[in-house]
Design a protein around this ligand. Structure first.
Ligand SMILES: [Zn+2]
Length: 118
């Protein structure tokens, strides 16, 4: 497997790392970290795509499949970033209970976990 095919396969993978899915509301910091991490992967994919294009032009080699795989990988990562940005917006509106630490909707009157009144 050549460098670009290998890279394309990696780009296509659903980035398993660090993006944790928990039932709890993920903290704002964690969401920001995940967004930054995915954005950095997107930047690398773009760089690889540029190199791939350059090499194709130079060698006349057809790297269309590898390029398409990279593009698909970029698109799926962008969709994930968009989801995380929605979560971030939601997380910013959370009330953190000072009694038990649970996160509650910004308009909650009582903590959903311990019942403390806000
Ligand atoms: Zn509470």
């Amino acid at each position: 497997m050549g460098f670009f095919e290998d890279a394309a396969v990696k780009a296509k993978d659903v980035f398993d790392v660090a993006v944790e899915k928990t039932t709890d509301v993920i903290s704002e910091q964690k969401i920001k970290y995940n967004i930054a991490k995915i954005n950095s992967k997107i930047a690398k994919d773009y760089e690889m795509l540029g190199r791939l294009y350059h090499d194709s032009k130079k060698s006349g080699e057809d790297n269309e499949d590898a390029a398409n795989a990279l593009i698909a990988g970029i698109e799926s990562k962008q969709a994930e970033v968009s989801d995380l940005e929605d979560q971030l917006a939601a997380a910013k509106n959370m009330i953190i209970c000072d009694n038990c630490g649970a996160k509650n909707a910004f308009d909650a009157s009582f903590c959903q976990k311990c019942g403390k009144q806000f």
